[in-house]
Design a protein around this ligand. Structure first.
Ligand code: MLT
Length: 394
């Protein structure tokens, strides 16, 4: 008889965002026709930019013709896209070979799949509050999780532990959900820790495009020694509005080895077995993001979301509510007013002003009492939500 993976029983009843969707759906069923101001899940509201749309149309035409048709794509990514990504890193002073870049179908899949590289016995260190997919992937894989709490006292940016118990570490900067960003010394401390203990850092850089302070690192590979201890996982979801299009990339330096094995070569082996590559159409769309026109257009879109962040943080300032993030990150992380619990505040906002956010507790125990707003909503909705928040909370 098949024995199920019993670790599924250790997961929460539903994934955080699926749970929120269910609660908002129930609210709408009880209040038909009511408009909601959705700032819960970080899903983008602007359409793909013209450079991307143009590339998609051109790629569709290529696929329609015998002479330009593409069948299977290389499993680790098309050379044109791997080279575009490497060139993008070079502009930041990070030298990569194109074959250190792997094209993926998005960061959320990759953050779990990449753990195929690590023996089961490796414990995962997760800084909490955390993007719930890290924890769920480790629970499903039956791995031990070391929870490293963070809070206001360390600006949600904890220093590495003294011990070397973790086999690998999830680091997310700019952080989801807190919006906190490691500065160079803070991130260097993690790189030094990983090189000292032999741990591997899984650096989730999905929000790097939101950094505006030139002193802050976008990539872990800007730090000394990172190429012997880190894997970087990136996504075009929030950089270029690909949440529904699905495309990302992962950097595994060829110098990253453990136990005499090369992690880049292992991932090539993994991808060639487990995938048939990302579609040609999407890889052409992704390459368009890295063109001059593409970069200008996606930066303009990011500017719109940054304006949303400004509107929301001004509303919180007006209400005297403590928050962090929103400046170098597309999330605003606030303390629930009046000592409310985070799910209590969720229901309060939903029922009183029809504003949907994400309860901090959904990102781990130390998120209790906090709440997250995404800045990716429609600008008019964000303005109205800010107005409602001010009316309710001032
Ligand atoms: C979030 O809201 O935390 C993200 O949108 C989730 C994701 O990227 O999968």
């Amino acid at each position: 008889m098949m024995q199920p993976n019993v670790h599924y029983a250790e997961l929460k009843d539903s994934y955080l965002f699926a749970g929120i969707a269910k609660k908002t759906q129930a609210y709408l069923q009880a209040h038909p026709g009511q408009k909601l101001y959705r700032m819960g899940i970080g899903d983008v509201s602007l359409p793909l930019c013209p450079a991307v749309i143009g590339a998609l149309h051109a790629a569709v035409e290529e696929q329609a013709n015998q002479s330009s048709f593409h069948g299977y794509m290389p499993e680790c990514g098309a050379a044109f896209l791997r080279e575009s990504v490497a060139a993008h890193y070079a502009e930041r002073g990070v030298t990569l070979n194109a074959d250190e870049v792997f094209v993926s179908s998005g960061a959320s899949d990759e953050l779990g799949d990449i753990t195929d590289l690590f023996a089961r016995e490796n414990a995962a260190l997760v800084i909490e509050p955390a993007y719930p997919a890290y924890v769920d992937a480790c629970v499903i894989g039956g791995r031990n999780i070391i929870h490293l709490p963070s809070g206001e006292e360390n600006g949600f940016l904890p220093a590495p532990p003294e011990d070397g118990q973790a086999g690998f570490v999830y680091l997310c900067s700019p952080n989801n959900p807190t919006g906190a960003v490691y500065d160079r010394p803070g991130l260097q401390a993690w790189v030094d820790y990983a090189n000292r203990t032999g741990a591997v850092i899984l650096f989730d850089a999905a929000y790097e495009a939101y950094i505006e302070d030139p002193a802050l690192p976008h990539s872990i590979f800007e730090l000394e020694g990172a190429k012997t201890c880190a894997i970087e996982i990136c996504s075009l979801s929030k950089t270029a509005g690909f949440t529904g299009t699905r495309l990302g990339y992962t950097v595994i330096p060829k110098t990253l080895t453990r136990g005499g094995m090369n992690l880049n070569a292992m991932w090539v082996r993994n991808r060639t077995t487990k995938t048939n590559g990302v579609s040609y159409l999407l890889q052409r769309a992704g390459a368009a993001v890295f063109t001059t026109a593409g970069q200008e257009q996606v930066k303009a879109q990011i500017g719109v979301y940054k304006q949303n962040a400004k509107i929301l943080t001004e509303a919180l300032d007006a209400c005297g509510i403590w928050y962090t993030g929103g400046k170098n990150a597309p999330y605003v992380w606030l303390k629930c007013p009046g000592g409310m619990g985070s799910w209590e505040f969720f229901s309060y906002l939903l029922n009183e002003v029809q504003v949907v956010g994400t309860p901090g507790e959904g990102f781990g125990k130390c998120g209790e009492g906090f709440f997250r707003f995404s800045t990716f909503a429609d600008p008019a909705d964000t303005e109205e939500a800010a107005r409602r928040l001010k009316t309710l909370l001032k």
